[in-house]
Design a protein around this ligand. Structure first.
Ligand code: CO
Length: 174
């Protein structure tokens, strides 16, 4: 399992709903948590590891406090309010960060790995993480949400990522 980078087309696909929490789904989610910790991230969505499904893993404390880790199956935001603009990055965009407006408070519904129906009201970092990961599940990325000023700033770094992504296929064709 490895983290795919922009502009890999899988990142633009809407993930399919998870119909059943099988042992395989649970095992993949646990592996995603390890991959996320390895990359020093706080959230990772299934499409980022090439799995086009409505599932994400999160831990606002990263690996410092594993009791706070969450696996969210079929998560949705059912209520949202307020707005806050903050600096944000993404594991699929190494070295790229920008200002992104988000709701300051969201109510999320999802299933945990045991199949329990969960509802959670999130504020601050956790609210931002939910919005970021649920965006991934719908093929939406940080560059779609950045303020115009931030987008302009990251333009050349984005071009660089696009070039990197093209290189391997060019080599394979030869
Ligand atoms: Co991301």
């Amino acid at each position: 399992m490895e983290i795919l980078r922009y502009p890999n087309p899988i990142l633009r696909k809407k993930g399919a709903a998870v119909r059943e929490i099988t042992p395989e789904v649970a095992a993949r989610a646990k592996e995603m948590l390890e991959v996320m910790y390895e990359a020093k991230g706080v959230g990772l969505a299934a499409p980022q590891v090439g799995w086009s499904a409505q599932l994400c893993v999160m831990n606002p404390a990263s690996r410092d406090d594993r009791s706070r880790e969450m696996v969210c199956v079929n998560p949705v935001i059912v209520e949202a309010e307020g707005e806050v603009v903050e600096d944000e990055g993404c594991l699929s965009f190494p070295d790229i960060r920008g200002n992104i407006p988000r709701f300051s408070k969201v109510t999320c519904r999802y299933y945990d790995l045991a199949g329990n129906r969960m509802e959670l009201v999130a504020e601050g970092l956790l609210a931002r993480m939910f919005q970021h990961e649920i965006d991934h599940l719908n093929g939406r990325l940080i560059i779609d949400r950045m303020t115009p000023a931030s987008r302009l700033k990251v333009r050349s770094a984005l071009k660089e990522l696009e070039r990197e992504q093209r290189t391997p296929s060019r080599v394979a064709v030869r």
